[in-house]
Design a protein around this ligand. Sequence first.
Ligand SMILES: Nc1ncnc2c1ncn2[C@@H]1O[C@H](COP(=O)(O)OP(=O)(O)OP(=O)(O)O)[C@@H](O)[C@H]1O
Length: 492
Amino acid sequence: MTFQKLVEFKNSVEYEVVGYVVGESKPYKAEILAFRPLAMGEYLYMEYHGYRVLAFVATSITGSTIISRDLIDPRDVERLVKSVRVGERLFYHRGVVKILGSVNSDGYKLQIPSIPPPPGTEVYKAPKTVLESVFSPRKRNYVGVGVLLREPEVEVKVNINKIVSRHLGILAMTGMGKSNLVALIAKRVEELGGTIVIFDYHGEYTSLKNIVLIKPVLDPLKLTLDELARLLNIPRNATRQRMVLKECLDSTDFGSAKEFFNSMKRCVQGRIARYGASAQKVLDSLNVYEGFLKKVLKEDTGDVIERIAIGSINVVDLSELHLNHADAVIAHWLSRLLEARKASVWSNGEKGFPTPLIAVIEEAHVFLPADDETSTKSSASLVVREGRKFGLGLVVVSQRPRGLDPTILSQLGNLAILRIVHPEDQAYVARYCEPVMQDVMEELPGLNVGEAILLGEWVPIPAAAKIDLVSEKVSGMDIDAVAIWGSYLNKK
Ligand SMILES: Nc1ncnc2c1ncn2[C@@H]1O[C@H](COP(=O)(O)OP(=O)(O)OP(=O)(O)O)[C@@H](O)[C@H]1O
């Protein structure tokens, strides 16, 4: 900002002194005494030691030394309130702000100043022009997802490239807008000609326009041992049963996939003499699950990669599958996606899947749990570690963050946190955020539906945003049970 522009800004209607820095401050954090209540997520502006700094209200407190909690009679409060003279202040307003960075003249690239703001520094409401230049960059890889919560005229854009390279966690209680945000990101990716694959466990995305709906069928001959064991409900620690399965997978000439179950059963039967009860258990599993698995395992379905429509929203419909089966299906897809992207990068696009893409796992606390091993967890761990180099981004969605695998959570470079009230969930997420954002975690219960804190590299600085509603996504809405009961009885 040139000096002339700064003068214009200070003379503009946007300019409002909100308060002053007080007490001890740090280069990334300061306390403010304000003239008015501060709103969590509000952006403020300060100048000190040559820095022009943007800050974010992480905590807002209003209190009174006169109407203190030591009072014991409400009539005293009444008398105090009535006796206040015009202009006299009964309350104080304090706030803790996170310093987001210093705005420089060439395009507002923000860097944390090395010096803290001195007490007495004037604090202004951040002007709209500054906020726009930070939150609404006019770059092709930035797409709009909503507006600033406390400054609704400013559009919030996110860098889609960073979702592909650094992954994303969408965390919130149920019904707070996680799948709406997934739907919005999917739409934006599609508008850019990108490809996204959503593993839809609740059949929530089928109402979106222009989706490619994919049945969760797999070619049995393309399954790994781990995936097949998961489909047959064979536990990870059942080593002898797995041994039988492995020997049969390795040694059987299946001819065609059609013969898969018969060939497997013949082979396992032949192992009963050597492996006894373990082989019998595998045989029992094959018999028990054969009928159901015929829905998931279909001969000649080919490679899952060939079913992806490039430049589209691909929805893999898992809604009719049991958890174990959905786990095996997601794991298989993720492994194949990573292999196909590696093949493409290594062959200069000659082989594999030709373009970068994003995969979305819903109910991540179930498929990527902290306290259990699942097939999806093995594949997803590889994707979060290696996906960056090969253009495979993972979006992890969960309503129970404390149940999420900590290693995976710690490798998500971007977060969208909507309303969370459970203190354990807040504390768990806070562990994986930069220290000063921990204050913000306490404020998460104050968010409303569709309001989110966006953190990480996909936003220039942390953003408190109101996410756009995707109106065509009808499922996920709360059911109006009373209306349905009424109309059902009226019809009879
Ligand atoms: N950004 C938004 N603005 C306004 N309303 C919203 C927004 N996001 C979600 N909603 C409302 O909240 C409802 C629930 O949203 P959504 O299904 O996305 O929540 P969820 O967190 O995915 O829930 P669940 O965990 O149950 O899947 C939606 O039907 C919609 O009415």
